[in-house]
Design a protein around this ligand. Sequence first.
Ligand code: HEM
Length: 138
Amino acid sequence: MLAENLSYALVQVAHNFGAAAVVGVPLIALASGRSDFDHGGRRLLWLVLLAWAVQALSGAAFATVSYALYGRLPDISRVATIALGIKLGCAMLGFALAALRLRAGVGREVERDRRLWGGLFALGAVALTAAAFLRWFS
Ligand code: HEM
């Protein structure tokens, strides 16, 4: 029981920090005026890319721990399954958007970068909202 709780708790630590970052980093970028790629935006993009990766990996780690302990994944309701799908979709999109922007490099319009950060914030907020439904409709 101790090992079980400890495994879930450690995965949850990573998952919670990742959740804070996917919502918080875009807010920092927008509120501090550092959404511009050339003026701090690039660093923040790396941070948010890392945060989305942490979310996807720690989300998968929840499943891995369950499988290792019980030999199967938990039975969850339809609402919880949809919420999980939404989180997965947000994680894939958030990661892809940040990666593509980093790949594009310098020379894009500042206004376009602001919109990108707005989109990244929206994805984080939707995923965080879906997390509440996954939790309470499981
Ligand atoms: C690849 C995607 C993801 C997977 C597979 C995943 C999976 C999970 C699982 C299995 C749980 C435990 C649910 C429970 O205790 O019943 C969980 C909890 C949580 N997830 Fe995710 N997650 C993903 C992405 C995200 C994202 C992108 C966010 C936030 C932006 C997020 C935020 C949370 C939060 C805050 C909790 C704790 C909810 C609570 O216990 O109150 N997750 N996630």
